[in-house]
Design a protein around this ligand. Sequence first.
Ligand code: XIL
Length: 400
Amino acid sequence: MARRILASLTMLSGLLASSGGSRAWAQATSPSPPAGQGLHSLFVASGKLFFGTATDTNNINDVPYQAIATNQSEFGMIVPENSQKWEAVQPTLRQFVYNNSDVVASRAKANRQLFRCHTLTWHSQLPQFVSTTSWTRATLTAAIQAHIANVVGHFKGQCYSWDVVNEALADNGTFRNDVFLQTLGTDYLGISFTAAAAADPDTKLYYNDFNLETIKAKADGAVAIVKILQSANVRIDGVGFQAHFNVGQTPNKTSLVATMERFTSLGLDVTLSELDIAHTKLPATPSALEQQSRDYVSAVDACLAVPKCVGITVWQFTDKYSWIPSTFPGKGDACLFTANYTKKPAYFAVSNLLVQAAAAQVQAGGTSAPASASPTAITAKGLGNFLLPLVGNGFGMFLI
Ligand code: XIL
C-alpha cells in the first residue's frame, strides 16, 4: 500500500511540477489529465464520495454516450433524469410502473456506480390525478404515503440517497403554492420525509432545490425547512444544491462555501446535485469557454473545500442531451462534453483541479476512506453497500 501511495504521489507531483503546482493551473487550457483517471476516480482520491451524472433510458442505444456514462472512472454515480418522477412511476392512481427506472438502477449496479434517486414530492412532472383531484388533508396524506412507500420500497437497498422533497420554495423564500402546500400546509414535508425513512432506513434523505446558491432569501427558506424537520425529530440527512448556473454568473467559491456551511453546520451533508453551467449567448466564444471553465472550477472547488460536501452530479455530461436548450431557449452548451463527445476546456479545468486536490490528499496522508463518507448516516450496512464500488472504481484505480 505504501509503495502504491508513493507511486501515486510521484505521478501527481510530477504533474504538479510540470504545471507550476498552483491552482491557477486548473484553469489552464492545455489538456493533460492523467491517462485513465476520470473525474470520479480523481474526486474519490480527493476525499469525496462520487462524481456522477444524470442519465436515463432515452440514450440507451447511443453507443458513444454509453461508453462514457458507464465508465466508472468518469462517473461513479448515476441518477435517473426523469424516470423516477411521480408521473413516470405512478402515472395513474395505484398503478406503478418501474420499467425505465429499473433499467437505470440495474445499469448502476452492473457498472458498480452509486445510485442517487430522484424525486418524490415535487410540484412538477406530477400525473394528472395528483394535480386535479380535490384532495382533503387525509386523502392527500394517504396518497403521498402510498406513493413514497411503494417507490422507496421498490428501490430499497439500491439508493445511496433520495431527493425526498424537491423545489418546495419560491425564489423569494416563501413556500411554493402547490397542491401539497394548499392541502397540507408545511406538514407535507414531515409526511414525506417520515414515509421515506420508514420505507428505506438506510438511504439518505435530501431536500433539493435551485437558486439556494444565489438567493439568500431562498437559502433562508431551506434552512427553515431543515429546522421544521429537525425540531419535529424527522430525519433529514442532506441538502442538494441543484447548481444550474449561467456562464459568468456562477457564484464564486467563497460564497458557495458559505452557503453550503449554513447547512453543514446544522449537521447535514450537502451536494451539488444537478450541476450545469449554460452559455447565455451562442455560439460560445473562446473567452466564454474559458469563463465556463472558471465557473466549473469555482463550483467543484467549493465542494472540495467543504468536508461534508459528499459529491457532485452533473445534469447530463454532453450538450447532446442537456435539458437546457429546450427549457431555456437561447441558452445552452452547459455540459462538460460537446454534443460530439469532445471534452471541453471546462472538463480539463475540472480534471486538472482534481489532480491537484488528489495530490494534496495524498500528501496529507489521506487513505481510501473518503473524508466525507464517514460522517452522518452511512450506516454499517449502507457503508458495506457503497464501499465496493468505491474500491472498485475510485481510489483503487487511482492507486497505480
Ligand atoms: C428536468 C429534466 O432534465 C428534463 O428532461 C425534464 O423535461 C424536466 O426536468 N430540477 C430538477 C430536475 O430537479 O428534475 C429537472 O430535470 C431540472 C430542474
